[in-house]
Design a protein around this ligand. Sequence first.
Ligand SMILES: O=c1[nH]c(=O)c2[nH]c(=O)[nH]c2[nH]1
Length: 296
Amino acid sequence: MAIRLGPNQYGKAEVRVVAVDRSRPAHTLVDLDVSTSLRGDFTAAHTAGDNGHVLTTDTQKNTVFAFARDGVGSPEAFGLRLARHFAGRHDWISGARVAVESYGWDRITVGGRPHDHAFRRDGGEVRTAVVTVDGDDVHVLSGLHDLVVLKTTGSEFWGFPRDEYTTLAETRERILATAVTARWRHLGDDLDWDDAFDGVRTTLLETFAATHSLALQQTLYAMGEAVLQRFPAVAEVRMSMPNRHHFLQDLSAFGLDNPDVVYHADDRPYGLIEGVVLRDDVPPAEAAWQATPGFC
Ligand SMILES: O=c1[nH]c(=O)c2[nH]c(=O)[nH]c2[nH]1
């Protein structure tokens, strides 16, 4: 029986880097969580403890901080800089994956004016980017998670099959709420990343709001479809959307009716609706998604 090393990668996970630009009176701030992974010929390290090919994870961490010294830019641009640097560093390194989470900060308003150097975390929403450099191939995924949205009407759910275990009532009026996780794959690697991100995020929000929903599945598809229609350079959108159920609370014990006014926001269990919306004339790129779990 022969035993051999299979696929492997290594790097520094979750380098928390905060970069402040103080060049103007109104400071700006970038707050990132960066994870690097290298791929290539690291067999000797695994089988013989020979570290001759091991660009240490400590060096990878230091590189992240050093690259932040003169400005970070968008998460995608920072990921591309790092991934290209690592992938070209030694001939035994064939590729690199850099995943970035970006946390937003808003200025605190003081006396009606945005403060120059005091900030407040802008809620739980996180912007993400995953860059993979694999030889000459470059893949960029942009994304977000914890984009929490809710609509108070324009959502129905009926027409589903019933069996002996079905208790759910059909409804023509319900609250629809979810926390969107989405990642989308770009066909190019040279864009105005902030502009592209804002456009897709706005499209996701507008479509959630505007779609009269007969199921969260339908809303998910409509959101992905709208992104692909508006942005020809987006190849596919992967989404994961928990159905944050809001159940009408029974107030009859108190002699009260409840005409769609009072709900119990249940936290679990929750429906989990996940899907990919893609162009059928674009070749798949599984390398872009390797080691990015969380989707079907
Ligand atoms: O939009 C929905 N999709 C479902 O699949 C489902 N299942 C369920 O119980 N409620 C809902 N709502």
